[in-house]
Design a protein around this ligand. Sequence first.
Ligand SMILES: Nc1ncnc2c1ncn2[C@@H]1O[C@H](COP(=O)(O)OP(=O)(O)O)[C@@H](O)[C@H]1O
Ligand code: SF4
Ligand SMILES: [Mg+2]
Length: 370
Amino acid sequence: MTDTLVEVQDIKVHFPIKRGVVLDRTVGYVYAVDGVDLAIRRGETYGLVGESGCGKSTLGRAMLKLTEPTAGRVVFDGIDLSAMKGEPLRTMRRRMQMVFQDPMSSLDPRQSVESILVEGMRAHGLDTDRQATAKRLRSLLSSVGLPSTSLRRYPHEFSGGQRQRIGIARALTVEPELIVADEPVSALDVSVQAQVINLLEDLQQEFGLTYLVIAHDLAVVRHISDRVGVMYLGGLVEEAPSDLLYAEPLHPYTRALFSAVPVPDPIVEDRRERILLAGDLPSPARPPAGCRFHTRCPWRQRQRCDTERPALREIAPGHRVACHYAEDIRAGKIRPHAVEPELVEQDVTGGIGPDDPLAGPASVTEALGP
Ligand SMILES: Nc1ncnc2c1ncn2[C@@H]1O[C@H](COP(=O)(O)OP(=O)(O)O)[C@@H](O)[C@H]1O
Ligand code: SF4
Ligand SMILES: [Mg+2]
């Protein structure tokens, strides 16, 4: 038995863009997930963050094989799911469940809570004895903090937070090992968010669960995660233990992302560096060449950034960064400069002239002197 529960290797999900009614031609692809390597350990909570549209949900769904990957492998508990289909895959699915953002739209309003909960058990042959099932449902409801009288009620009779508790209970009915929670508290009031996050933590202890928690809200992920991965335009740009990442983000994108989050301490808040990103998030249908972040990166250098896609490499133990200049940025050898937004559609491999708005040195060696 290895330490890793689930792993994706060089996983890609490209959605075809179709045109034309008759011929249904494929005119391009949305590179929603484009080469991600990620492993989640047993009992761990892995937080996945990034701007909306960067591919978090697609990656989560591909990990559960709810979306068929275009390329790459998914390995769950040592079993390669890549070629698995039909009944064997269905059986494996019991072990990995999903919790969705909007509990109202993911719960059938016409079904009672009892029938919502029994459904999954039945599908996996776990509802064999009425008494045992009834007992199990009552105990599950108590675990998620709902009274057993909830069984006869309908989703609309509950508050948003309670509905999310039902959604979590539904995932738990089939005794999964992995739960992918996609923006589990984003639709909830701030006051309720913490309760649901705490519940997820308690349930992890109680049932020995492994989590992938997806959120665009950095605060949510920080609190709950052991490790955090940061996504940008279909790729993982940084990954580290949560404390380490928040203490010292190394990738320019992570730095910019974190710098936008207010800090409660007013002194720290006044002093801290704020990095404003130039330009919009490029379309995942036309990702920039080289480093995908180079069109917005305040640390961008003349060499390599716009031609060579950086690999996710280990900079310090457990800290992986996809940036050619991570070490120099960390050491303060290169400084951020103003970046003019670059039109993504233009020839991004074009040279950078002497009048370029990049105020930074042409190369690291230049910055260091001869
Ligand atoms: N089924 C689909 N067909 C076509 N494009 C999709 C589909 N699902 C997601 N996308 C696109 O893939 C990109 C990533 O989406 P998504 O994984 O939902 O991002 P996130 O969860 O980070 O907001 C987006 O550009 C989105 O429009
Ligand atoms: S590789 Fe270059 S463009 Fe990409 S994040 Fe690093 S410095 Fe910025
Ligand atoms: Mg999403």
